[in-house]
Design a protein around this ligand. Sequence first.
Ligand code: GCU
Length: 411
Amino acid sequence: LGGPVLTAQQKEVNLSEANVPAYTLPDPLRMANGKTVTTAKQWREVQRPYIYHLFETNVYGRFPRTRTQMTYKTTHTDVQALDGLATCKQVTLYLEQADTSAQLHLLLYLPNKARGRVPLFLGMNFYGNQSVINDPSIPITPGYTVTGPGIVDHRATAASRGSQASQWPVRDIVSRGYGLATFFYGEVEADKADGWETGIRSRLKDVLHIQPHEWSAMGVWAWALCRALDYLQQDPAVDPRQVILIGHSRLGKAALWAGASDPRFAMVISNESGEGGAALSKRWYGETVAVITRVFPHWFSPVYKTYAHNTDALPVDQHMLLALIAPRPLYVASAAGDQWSDPKGEFLSAKNAEPVYRLFGKRGLGNAGFPSVQRPTGEFVRYHIRSGKHDVTAYDWEQYLQFAGKHCSLP
Ligand code: GCU
């Protein structure tokens, strides 16, 4: 009767803890030669490059290291933004001189009362800079946008102004002494299967010496974060050693890959990044490698898809991506109403990055058990699960600002 009985692994989605099949995580300290890493030096010089390479080869694709000729132009400055609390700047980053259409529009808020260069949060936004705050001086992005509030036929309209304001508490961030910089991720590659055809992966392939299929949308979004950092490092208002990456959901995945790829980022915050982000891939719960590579094939290297129903063969898992952030402070956050992102898989991933933090004498989650909601835990690696749905809330930001307060210094 009926068809074959599918195992949980054969099914693409599993939302029952009892049905999670057994899995084994690779040991981040186990080297290719079978020996175990015992020092931070060995990690830095041998094991870290090896694991990073495994992520390039199997998950996100190659990360181009060729430098482009960038130029910057400030197009708007308002020294009395947010009732005088902040200076708002809009800066166009020309990513390569030879192609002036390769641009990023960075929106910055810098606290006016700062006595020196400030630590700053950098994160991409989903629907254009105009969605972050309702300010008519911010141009509405003309690019392709995914479906959302104020988006009609994949184009942002005036109704999208400030639609994401609750996810970007600019006033609170600036009042606490931090800067904020953001840009629209779709500017470098539209988030759709054929987005690469018109995006940076095609446009700059000769300059960057990389073919489009050798990397991925996640790769190019991460690359764009690094280019934003290039700009920020020479902005006299920003502390170049205290740029904190933050990303939600798919943009959290990109933030983690950027943080792993570029050690100049001081800290990384993953907000519900889920599958292909902070959550373990071998743990068959919530979204899975099978689903994500089918629905969003452009996000990853084509190689990742070959593991869709064979995650056992994956030589890495996402705790090793988190370990690549070490010894820098890392925050992983989940929401109880967002089982799709697999909160427990995010927690276990953060926890299993611990041995690498320990090499540097840093304590992460230690022997913490899976916490209850609204109970953040951990030192250099910190984790919380809050109640509520897939979102970035005031509660999340309050934890991130406190975490930054512990690990950054204000001028
Ligand atoms: C989808 C996708 C997730 C992703 C999320 C988002 O739900 O399956 O992997 O994180 O979109 O970016 O909001």
